[in-house]
Design a protein around this ligand. Structure first.
Ligand code: ZN
Ligand code: ZN
Length: 132
């Protein structure tokens, strides 16, 4: 039997399952973001993002339940208006890209987290390795 071909896409969803999306590979990056805006928007110690061209990300169902919040000028954070799950980040700073929260995926993406953004803003209450 032939090996299964490598996956070419990964699906994900919000907590309640109304908003479902598919992201087609290749992704552009995967990194943990420690900036205060991401941490506060997600109520989390940091947020892990997978970057795609926006044309590679399709909302397959629940587009009507996807709401957007402008967390700073030109930056939109998109979330399910029913359950509140944050899914997407789009910014004029990275025009044409959609950054998808890694934790929202049901299936593996095509790369592992490979770096830290804004690590100088990291919280003190996570025991970081010496060389983060
Ligand atoms: Zn939802
Ligand atoms: Zn951030």
């Amino acid at each position: 039997m032939a090996d299964k071909p490598a996956p070419t896409e990964a699906r994900g969803r919000c907590h309640c399952g109304r908003v479902r999306f598919v992201a087609r590979f290749p992704s552009r990056f995967c990194a943990h973001c420690h900036c205060e805006s991401c941490r506060r928007a997600h109520s989390a110690g940091f947020v892990t993002w997978v970057g795609f061209l926006s044309s590679q990300v399709t909302v397959e169902s629940g587009a009507g339940d996807l709401a957007a919040y402008e967390s700073s000028p030109g930056t939109q954070r998109k979330f399910c208006r029913v359950c509140g799950t944050k899914l997407f980040f789009e910014s004029s700073r990275w025009a044409g890209e959609t950054h998808v929260a890694l934790a929202a995926f049901d299936e593996p993406v095509d790369r592992a987290p490979e770096g830290n953004a804004f690590f100088e803003e990291h919280v003190a209450w996570i025991p970081w390795p010496k060389e983060a």
